[in-house]
Design a protein around this ligand. Structure first.
Ligand SMILES: N[C@@H]1[C@@H](O)[C@H](O)[C@@H](COP(=O)(O)O)O[C@@H]1O
Length: 353
């Protein structure tokens, strides 16, 4: 078993959550009871990949639930002075042990506010201390650099939002059914995208391997996936500096610094079309290599496929950056460890034992 096999397993837990969505969210609705009607804000809190998943899901969480939604890092959240008593505070941590996420949840619980923990087991510290727990199905992911966990954190947030929207009548039965169908379609496409990514990497291997850094651009929900891609390439390939940008924000200065030592990866799913096309042209004319993912720009560096026009598009883009990170490591001879002691242990801790 290697990380690429693990990445390919994502459709299994997606289908499981689709089937078991009512049972998975039952405790949450029992806990919320009448309070559900008073919730006027959803706050998504997590660290690392659990944060990038919140950044990815927040747009759809708001659309489906009909409730204003934000994603915030626990360190920034803990520095806030004013908290919404009618907020639904959703804490995501795959292991359930991220220190600041636990502290933030404890703080909201002590204030008497509604708290939900999303973790991979009901036995994690975050789950046990929470107002209620929603299981993150991870198919027993073996690798510490969470890949199934990223997709399933996003997907769990989305399912929770759909169930809330349905109950509060922000979503009609027809819209709800359409989203379920869209999610199923995205899961069905996953293998094909994985195969295409492997071919794309083989085709561009020497260019991709011979860079100093990666810059990943995504718009809308794919901003979160760009952040996640940068985190994964750094964490897994272990020799590149990487950064993820929102399509517009990444135009405000960073473009001035690119050279042909950087791989500029551009998610083109049709969002922000003008600036996306402008960036592709700029990088190709003035800088070096632009790797366009999604819409076909008719260039050998492209990984072309038809991007989904649904909120589940992240299920197409996540395996691209995850396989990129894994191949950059494996093809260089780096062994990707499963779960084990981290080199920084003894210097700092981000998780409780
Ligand atoms: N390297 C891991 C990340 O991959 C993970 O996303 C993060 C948060 O972990 P958790 O989701 O368990 O809170 O912890 C570590 O830093």
């Amino acid at each position: 078993m290697n990380l690429i096999d693990t990445i390919r397993r994502v459709p299994n837990p997606v289908r499981k959550v689709l089937e078991e969505r009512k049972a998975l969210t039952k405790d949450m609705f029992d806990y919320l009871g009448d309070r559900l009607s008073t919730i006027n804000e959803i706050i998504l809190i997590g660290s690392g990949t659990s944060h990038t998943s919140c950044q990815t899901s927040k747009e759809f969480v708001e659309t489906a639930s009909g409730i204003a939604s934000t994603a915030i890092l626990p360190n920034i959240f803990l520095a806030k002075r004013v908290f919404n008593p009618n907020g639904l505070y959703i804490f995501t941590s795959q292991s359930g042990t991220s220190t600041l996420v636990n502290i933030a949840q404890r703080k909201m619980k002590e204030l008497g506010y509604a708290t939900v923990a999303i973790t991979e087991s009901a036995e994690t510290p975050l789950a046990k201390e929470s107002g209620c727990h929603v299981l993150m199905e991870t198919d027993n992911e073996e690798f510490g650099c969470r890949t199934i966990g990223y997709c399933m954190s996003v997907f769990t947030h989305m399912i929770i939002a759909m169930e809330i929207g349905l109950k509060r009548q922000a979503l009609s039965e027809t819209e709800y059914a359409k989203y379920l169908e869209d999610a199923q379609k995205a899961a069905d496409m996953h293998h094909e995208i994985c195969d295409k990514t492997m071919e794309w990497f083989d085709r561009n291997k020497w260019k991709l391997m011979n860079k100093d850094g990666f810059v990943i651009y995504g718009a809308g929900t794919l901003y979160g996936t760009a952040l996640e891609g940068a985190l994964k390439v750094l964490e897994i390939a272990r020799r590149f500096l990487c950064v993820g940008y929102d399509m517009d924000d990444g135009m405000h200065g960073p473009t001035m610094g690119y050279t042909n030592r950087h791989a500029v990866i551009i998610f083109d799913d049709g969002h922000n079309e003008n600036i996306t096309k402008g960036l592709i042209r700029y990088v190709r004319d003035k800088v070096g290599d632009a790797f366009v993912i999604g819409n076909d720009s008719k260039h050998p560096c492209d990984l072309a496929f038809e991007p989904l026009k649904t909120p589940f598009v992240f299920l197409q883009y996540a395996p691209v950056v995850e396989i990129l990170a894994a191949r950059l490591a494996y093809d260089y001879g780096i062994n990707i460890k499963t779960i084990g002691p981290l080199p920084e242990a003894g210097y700092f801790n981000t998780h409780d034992d």
